[in-house]
Design a protein around this ligand. Structure first.
Ligand SMILES: *Cc1c(COP(=O)(O)O)cnc(C)c1O
Length: 210
């Protein structure tokens, strides 16, 4: 189904801890959550499961006053969507003496309501990344327009893929900048054609969210 080099993030938001345990038993390791309280509760509930432990990616909009519920538990924040959040993650890492892995969320959908940076904002962050020594920028994340029209989704993913490759060329010294997180239950096949290294799949694994 997925090429072996692609990371599958099983999006477990709204699903109970028991479902996550079952997925862990089946060999799934990386889980995605989008609400700080829910993530913290699940991470704590599953902390006692024997090795290997789950890894968590945060994939939702994150308010800076909720950082302490998220950063101690996750291996990556995929959804950095503002300078304010980036700075807060830097400050947290500086105080805690850690470096956080993040993706910059790029706005590629037609919907204005979706989060994310524009290309020029991402460029500015990349050129100014020296200001964030406690943040490791590992790539880009994006969500395509919510539509059944494959051409639209294709165009959205093309745009982020092209920009991702452009950035890799522009910053060859950034060896950690290698992740492109695109693709959900409805569009992961299209995402793989556009070079996804991470796909975030919920419904197709756990069923409909209640
Ligand atoms: C909920 C969510 C997903 C998973 O969506 P499905 O359609 O259920 O696969 C992926 N990415 C983000 C950012 C989400 O919030």
């Amino acid at each position: 189904m997925l090429p072996p080099e692609t990371t599958l993030v099983a999006v477990s938001k709204f699903h109970p801890v028991e479902d996550i345990r079952e997925a862990l038993r089946a060999g799934q390791r990386v889980f995605g959550e989008s609400r700080p309280q829910e993530l913290e509760a699940k991470a704590r509930a599953l902390a006692e499961v024997g090795e290997p432990a789950p890894q968590w990616h945060f994939i939702g909009h994150l308010q800076t006053n909720k950082l302490k519920m998220v950063l101690p538990y996750v291996s990556m924040v995929e959804s950095v969507d503002s300078l304010h959040l980036l700075q807060a993650i830097e400050d947290w890492g500086s105080a805690a003496g850690t470096v956080s892995d993040v993706l910059l969320e790029m706005h590629i959908a037609a919907e204005e309501s979706k989060q994310g940076f524009a290309e020029d904002e991402i460029l500015e962050i990349m050129f100014g990344r020296g200001k964030y020594p406690h943040v490791r920028i590992c790539g880009l994340m994006g969500m395509a327009t919510n539509t059944d029209d494959e051409l639209t989704v294709d165009a959205d993913f093309s745009r982020i893929e092209d920009f991702f490759l452009y950035l890799k060329d522009l910053f060859p010294e950034m060896e950690d900048f290698r992740e492109l997180s695109i693709g959900m239950s409805g569009d992961w096949r299209t995402a793989l054609r556009h070079g996804a290294t991470i796909v975030r799949i919920g419904t197709a694994i756990f069923g409909e969210r209640k």
